[in-house]
Design a protein around this ligand. Structure first.
Ligand code: FES
Ligand SMILES: [Fe+2]
Length: 444
């Protein structure tokens, strides 16, 4: 369990909240590159950490993420004209560039020239951005504390080696992130009852089905921790070593292999306290993703009809553009009770859907906070080891930040150049396993 005050600390993410300020020290995924390909193209409405934002690629090709509303009379810049290296407000024509600077006030020609501090007063919020790994990233913290960009391997591979996607999750970020590091649910929520299911091979999930009670180990590192799960498999051990990288990135291995050249992971970016955007990345380091691999990834994410591009109105009015899952809380995730008897453990199709169903449907703290689970009611057991470690680590990081001390998690971008590992072998001890398959040494 987690005390109510600690639950509050970890789940509230708006400006000025302790966890919100911690998130603002990290580079965060904001949108997909594919949403912003065209210079002067359609902007994308976002909300991140409770702030309403607009992402656009200006006519010269530069990406900007700025406040979503005009500083004149608060018109939505989404409906504006994206041309001449600025977004022009559709109401009275004020123009804002990727830095949030107001570069023209055409309905009051001399205002900018004649008014003291006019540029500062009319400027809207704009955040630094970075494009890597098919994702547009944002840094929303104090400029003087901007860290190195985290060098995840998937952000360094050539084009075609990496695929990224994103979608809306109707829950607080933490229950998504906790689902990701909870390795014991794989033997249940993702169990496949139909032998020979053709989708299972690439993920390696079938190796987790022989043993429902894995031995878990956690080893803290500067970036977060490595989490090892050891299951019996065919007279040997099946190891799955994943990484949790603060504040909410995961690395997940594919099927057991000798060289660990492919992997994936997810990141849980808070929209606000009750909503999250899940980012998923899949990549290889040795060659481009093949057509069958891409097809499998697409089917698991953006492929219609399972998800469609859409716009959704959030609780406090702002609309965001994202991908919306077809199986969702309003249709019970299309649960099929017959399939639950014969096909898979949940009767819900797809790993992402199974995860999202459980993470979105946990018992809520209250009507106003429908997306935040009440962790004071939990009864944690040994298999929740990694979740406990993550909560403690985040609470420690909040304290470190409040005391004005540096976060070791942000000391170097190359802390994040690591790989997840999946392996069938005879090694029984986690430290010995790490020694044999050191992934920080493997990563290029
Ligand atoms: S509200 Fe934007 S120019 Fe008037
Ligand atoms: Fe899962």
């Amino acid at each position: 369990m987690l005390r109510k005050d600690e639950n509050e600390l970890l789940t509230r993410v708006g400006p000025g909240t302790p966890m919100g300020e911690l998130f603002r020290r990290f580079w965060l995924p904001a949108a997909l590159s594919e949403e912003l390909t065209e210079p002067g193209g359609t902007p994308v409405r976002l909300r991140i950490l409770g702030e309403d934002l607009l992402a656009f690629r200006d006519s010269s090709g530069k990406i900007g993420i700025i406040e979503a509303y005009c500083s004149h009379r608060q018109a939505p810049l989404f409906f504006g004209r994206n041309e001449n290296c600025a977004i022009q407000c559709p109401y009275h024509g004020w123009r804002f560039d990727v830095n949030g600077e107001c570069v023209e006030v055409p309905n009051s020609q001399n205002y900018l020239r004649d008014t003291p501090n006019a540029k500062e007063r009319l400027a809207i919020v704009a955040y630094p951005t970075h494009e890597a790994g098919e994702i547009v990233w944002i840094y929303m913290g104090p400029r003087e504390h901007k860290p190195d960009f985290p060098n995840f391997e998937f952000t360094k591979v050539p084009k075609g080696y990496c695929h990224a996607s994103r979608w809306l999750q109707r829950s607080n970020w933490l229950q998504g992130a906790e689902g990701e590091i909870d390795t014991s649910h794989i033997s249940f929520a993702h169990k496949d009852l139909s032998a020979g299911h053709e989708k299972v091979g690439i993920t390696g999930l079938q190796y987790s089905m022989e043993d429902d009670s894995p031995v878990l180990s956690v080893k803290e590192t500067d970036y977060g921790f490595m989490s090892g799960s050891r299951r019996h498999y065919g007279g040997k051990y099946f190891w799955r070593m994943t990484q949790w990288m603060t504040p909410m990135f995961s690395l997940i291995p594919r099927a057991p292999s000798d060289d660990f050249t492919s992997g994936g992971g997810r990141a849980w970016v808070p929209v606000d306290d009750n909503n999250t955007i899940t980012f998923a990345y899949n990549f290889r380091v040795d060659r481009p993703l093949s057509q069958p691999e891409l097809q499998l990834i697409e089917e698991g994410a953006h492929f219609p009809p399972r998800m469609k591009r859409g716009t959704v109105q959030l609780d406090e009015g702002h609309r965001i553009d994202t991908w919306l899952p077809s199986a969702n809380i309003d249709n019970d995730y299309l649960v099929d009770r017959e399939a639950q008897k014969t096909i898979n453990f949940t009767g819900i199709w797809g790993v992402n859907e199974q995860d999202r169903c459980l993470q979105e449907s946990l018992r809520a703290t209250g009507a106003r906070d429908r997306g935040i689970v009440d962790r004071s009611r939990e009864h944690l057991v040994g298999s929740d080891l990694a979740i406990v470690a993550a909560r403690r680590r985040l609470l420690r990081m909040i304290k470190t930040l409040q005391q004005g001390e540096p976060l070791k998690e942000l000391a170097r971008g190359d802390l994040y150049s690591i790989r997840a590992v999946s392996k069938v072998c005879d090694i029984a001890d986690f430290d010995a396993f790490i020694e044999a398959y050191r992934t920080d040494a493997l990563a290029s």
